[in-house]
Design a protein around this ligand. Structure first.
Ligand code: GLC
Length: 584
């Protein structure tokens, strides 16, 4: 297998708004990131993924871009970005940026032009459609299934072109525009109109824009909801039992467009690409992330979310069952082996932090549990992506006051939950579990007021536990999560088996322990993690050469006792390959 640099790399996600505020306006910025490059480098990562910093009215925290080749003044200037790139490169760090081209902001010039008239040259950059009359709507959906409608609208246009409900829980995917008397499509908020990838001109403009960033020296792209860019012919209704994602993801031309993008925009650049691909299956991923590199290098899949969330019904208190989690990893690890490349992640700016989600340890085990999760997750096959603060075992911040919420999706969900009969307290509790503000709270740098993130009022609440959980404390303490992450990535880089080896699951039926071998050329490494808060006795035959390479408990006696302590994670070499570790 060809060993491209991004296969052995570790990526660190920076969410600029919450990383480091250098100019004391309560919002993180690019000079703030520059001031922390040595810190990022010290974790042993190779690549920084920067969430959007482009000009944006901020309805979705920058995932609504109004000028793709720009820096929003709140984050700094284009010159600041150039300095960041240069300083990162000098430290051997690469930078990939977010490419948000399933939709733009409604304030983007393209959309403003597009909405001027039906024959504007940009009209076709978006999806504009006539609405339905009442008769048409009744015929299509039946009298009892009519969506709510606006009586003030002309009869001809009372109903939207189809029954799609947007992914942010804010009602229809269609917004009526008086000016030209048509509706436009938005899968997310109405401030994020969907771009029409069937327009060759739009595609060329996107490729040109990508080129500008590549010429500037960026090292690749994380492509936002890229699996949604090819909409189904005729925009058919969602039918019973289907979700919107089922019909808009992996559209018939998505692979054609991504291949074109590879040839037109990326050819000649040794860059890294990762697609955020809602609705992707293993079979689809073989096309998106195939090793022959005709489209992307790797994708983020969402199957773990389906265990405790799901696209439209994530607002709940479900727990992940360990055997289900292991089955999903097995499916992806073995399904893509030798064919395509995996990505590995525990959380990001859209998903809850891992402590409290995958495991729910008492505070006394929080750090140990985070180390265990990292060990088990990042020693699988694929490129690890860690989310800022994860290396400190930062936790979700449960925001209690509705007024402190900032995220559009959480605000919509809160209102919806009230409509379904929950009281405000219950709704806020569930928003605390799944709401995206919970994982987006500012980075905790030190124990001073403002957590070293800002001296001003932060744009989003800082988690009160910053006094105890912060980077300064972690860096100063040798047994911290921070130092463990460093050692883990050093271990991963030092042994080819972690990058190139096969994945062989062990103890597949066990609800307590996640265990697998990585095997390469007869060399085998055994990785285990106890997902419970109690001791687990295992009955394993590991042979006489077994040796602990790494673990989250100093002086663990696991090799002699075969007892895993609560949340213990351990990596063992010298076990016989392929037939090891069968329960006796
Ligand atoms: C992606 C982003 C998320 C954003 C959405 C719409 O899922 O990660 O933050 O809200 O796309 O752009």
């Amino acid at each position: 297998m060809n060993k491209s640099w991004w296969k052995s790399a570790v990526v660190y996600q920076v969410y600029p708004k919450s990383f480091c505020d250098s100019d004391e306006d309560g919002v993180g910025d690019i000079p703030g990131i520059i001031s922390k490059l040595d810190y990022i480098k010290s974790i042993g990562v190779d690549v920084i993924w920067l969430s959007p910093f482009f000009k944006s009215p901020g309805f979705d925290n920058g995932y609504d871009v109004s000028d793709y080749f720009s820096v929003d003044p709140v984050f700094g200037t284009m010159n600041d970005f150039k300095v960041l790139l240069n300083e990162a490169h000098q430290r051997g760090l690469k930078i990939i940026i977010d490419l948000v081209v399933n939709h733009s902001s409604h304030q983007h010039l393209w959309f403003q032009e597009s909405s001027k008239s039906k024959n504007n040259p940009y009209r076709n950059y978006y999806f504009w459609r006539d609405g339905l009359t009442e008769d048409e709507a009744i015929q299509r959906w039946g009298q009892d299934n009519l969506p709510s409608y606006d009586l003030s609208k002309d009869k001809r246009m009372r109903f939207p072109p189809n029954n799609w409900q947007n992914l942010f829980g804010g009602g229809s995917c269609w917004e009526y525009d008086k000016e030209t008397d048509q509706y436009y499509l938005h899968l997310f908020s109405k401030e994020q109109p969907d771009l029409n990838w069937d327009s060759p001109k739009l595609r060329q403009d996107v490729y040109d824009m990508m080129h500008q960033w590549l010429e500037l020296g960026v090292d690749g792209f994380r492509m936002d909801v890229i699996s949604l860019i090819s909409k189904p012919e005729g925009l058919p209704d969602v039918t019973d039992g289907q979700s919107l994602i089922d019909i808009v993801a992996n559209g018939s031309k998505v692979h054609i467009y991504l291949r074109e993008m590879r040839e037109v925009a990326l050819a000649g650049f040794d860059v890294m690409t990762v697609g955020e691909t809602a609705g992707v299956t293993v079979d689809e991923a073989k096309h998106y992330a195939g090793l022959e590199n005709t489209e992307l290098n790797m994708v983020f899949h969402f199957e773990i979310n389906d265990l405790d969330g799901g696209e439209s019904h994530k607002w709940n208190r479900s727990k992940i069952k360990l055997t289900d989690l292991k089955n999903i990893h097995k499916k992806w690890q073995q399904g893509l082996a030798g064919i395509a490349w995996n990505s590995l992640y525990l959380s990001n700016h859209d998903q809850p932090r891992s402590i409290g989600r995958y495991v729910r340890p008492d505070e006394v085990y929080r750090e140990r549990a985070q180390k265990m999760l990292a060990t088990v997750t990042y020693l699988m096959a694929g490129t690890p992506f860690i989310y800022q603060g994860e290396e400190l075992a930062m936790t979700n911040c449960f925001i209690k006051d509705f007024a402190d919420l900032r995220d559009i999706e959480s605000i919509n969900a809160f209102h919806k939950m009230l409509q379904t009969g929950l009281d405000a307290e219950e709704a806020m509790e569930i928003v605390g579990i799944w709401g995206r503000d919970s994982c987006r709270t500012p980075m905790q740098w030190n124990g001073e007021v403002g957590a070293g993130f800002t001296k001003a009022k932060p744009w989003l609440k800082i988690n009160e536990n910053y006094v105890a959980i912060n980077a300064k404390e972690q860096a100063a303490r040798k047994d911290s999560v921070f130092h463990y992450y460093r050692a883990l990535f050093a271990l991963r880089k030092g042994m080819d088996v972690f990058v190139m080896g096969d994945y062989v699951p062990v103890l597949e039926e066990d609800e307590r322990v996640f265990a697998y071998n990585r095997v390469l050329d007869g060399e085998s490494v055994f990785v285990l993690g106890n997902y419970t808060g109690y001791e687990v006795q295992l009955f394993l035959d590991m042979g006489i050469d077994a040796n602990v390479l790494m673990g989250n408990i100093v002086d663990s006696d696991f090799l002699t006792t075969k007892v895993l302590q609560p949340y213990e994670g351990v990596v063992i070499s010298g076990v016989p390959s392929m037939t090891p570790c069968k329960p006796l």
